[in-house]
Structures are given as structure tokens and as C-alpha cells.
Design a binder for this molecule. Structure first.
Ligand SMILES: [Fe+2]
Length: 243
């Protein structure tokens, strides 16, 4: 059996990312895939990028990774953009839209928000039709030999696994800005990687407590804008700003 950790939505929160990477290594999982939103919201976008580059085999692009490289529309965004080097920006610009792999006979497609765009948000409580549209082929995903059996994403910062008919949809939740409970979140896929024949397969959701006070301290010391909203989100898991 192979295990693959899928992390997402780090949002510049290094203490949370460290806790998740420690947990992944403690479980002796060697392959990590990242579903985007490395930057913004939290104070350490540059360090988050460096850590993802070092530890993740595949990384796809999130909405923050996209708009942070463009002309900033407001002051807060400008501050976050200023945390990046030119090389960081180039790295973010080049990230792919989606990734695919096979495990135990299942085609698994991974993207940040939806197969339509990194800005199309699909919530766990949306209609079944809308959730099942996550398995569609689009211009962005391209076509594979078959439709995906498993689709995984981040973006909404809410972890879940949903099985409908023969399909499995999952959300990793967020490492650095969880909005369902105040612990970092990630998923583990287990099965035979690269195997076309059907076999056992599982998706596990893991929650990791981390030092929230340290994350707040780092943000305060960096003079990060919208600090009050940030503290509220980290300590209550209730949405106060852009995700
Ligand atoms: Fe996000």
C-alpha cells in the first residue's frame, strides 16, 4: 500500500504547516501533494512557499497564488505581495491548474477549487448536482482516458469526504486557516499508486493541533494588516475575510 498526504490552503501560517509536516513525517508518509493557496492571509508567505517547494512533489495553483501576483486591488493585498520575492512570484505563476494520479484502479483528479476555475467555489452544502459537477472534464482539466472516480480539492477550508454512487469527493480542509474547527487539516489517500486494477482504497481526514498563539505572535510582530480578523479566524474558525 502507498499513502499520499494531500495538504492545502496554508495561507502563510508556518506554525500550522510545521505541525502538519511533523505529523506526516511521524506517520512515515513520503509523498505530499499541495492543492494551492500557499500565500496570503497569514504573515509568512515566503517561508510557506519555501517549505512547500521542499516537501511537496506536486503543487497546483490556488486563487490567492494567482491574484497575489497581479496588480494589487487593495492595501492588504499589497502588503502580502511585498512579502514575496520575484522568484516566489515566478514560481506561483507557473503552478499548474490540476493534477491526476491512479491508485487501486481509481483515477484521482486534484485541483484547488473546481474543474472550472480556481475562483469557482463549491461548498460541502451545495446541491448534489453542483458537487457532482466536480467530476466533469473541462478545458482547464483536459480529458483523461475516463472520468475521475475521485476528486479532491481545497479552497473552502472545510474538510469532508462525500461518497455518491461510485464517486468519492473530498476536501482536505485548510492547514493554516481552517474554518470548520481550530486545528490544521489534511487528507491521506491510501491504495496502490499507479495500479490500474481495482483494489482497496481509503481517504482519511486528519486534524492536527498547532501553536495558534505563536501564529498570532508572528503576525503581530510583522505588523500584518487586518490582524484582528486574522486572530478571530484562527481562534474561532469563523470566516472574516477572503479565503
Ligand atoms: Fe484558501
Amino acid at each position: 500500500m502507498n499513502r499520499i498526504a494531500v495538504i492545502s490552503d496554508i495561507h502563510g501560517n508556518v506554525p500550522a504547516l510545521e505541525a502538519v509536516l511533523d505529523d506526516i513525517h511521524y506517520r512515515r508518509i513520503e509523498k505530499i501533494i499541495c492543492l494551492g493557496d500557499l500565500v496570503g492571509k497569514g504573515p509568512q508567505s515566503h517561508d510557506a512557499i519555501a517549505m512547500v517547494k521542499k516537501h511537496c512533489e506536486i503543487t497546483v495553483k490556488g486563487n490567492w497564488d494567482d491574484f497575489i501576483t497581479k496588480d494589487p486591488e487593495f492595501e492588504t493585498l499589497k502588503w502580502h505581495q511585498n512579502q514575496l520575492t520575484d522568484e516566489d512570484r515566478r514560481y506561483l505563476t507557473k503552478l499548474p491548474f490540476s493534477a491526476e494520479l491512479t491508485m487501486s484502479g481509481r483515477l484521482i483528479r486534484l485541483f484547488h477549487a473546481s474543474p472550472y476555475s480556481i475562483y469557482t467555489r463549491i461548498q460541502p452544502w451545495d446541491s448534489i448536482e453542483r458537487r457532482m459537477s466536480m467530476f466533469e472534464d473541462t478545458e482547464m482539466t483536459g480529458k483523461s482516458s475516463k472520468r475521475p472516480d475521485v476528486a479532491g480539492y481545497g479552497d473552502v477550508h472545510q474538510a469532508f469526504v462525500y461518497q455518491y454512487k461510485e464517486k468519492m469527493l473530498f476536501n482536505t480542509g485548510s492547514v493554516g486557516n481552517p474554518l470548520d474547527m481550530t486545528q490544521a487539516s489534511y487528507a491521506v489517500l491510501e491504495g496502490l499508486e499507479g495500479e490500474e486494477a481495482e483494489g482497496p482504497f481509503s481517504i482519511q481526514l486528519i486534524r492536527v493541533p498547532y501553536d495558534i498563539e505563536r501564529s498570532i505572535r508572528i503576525a503581530r510582530e510583522a505588523d500584518m494588516p487586518d490582524l484582528k480578523e486574522y486572530i478571530q479566524e484562527l481562534t474561532t474558525a469563523k470566516y472574516r475575510g477572503l479565503s
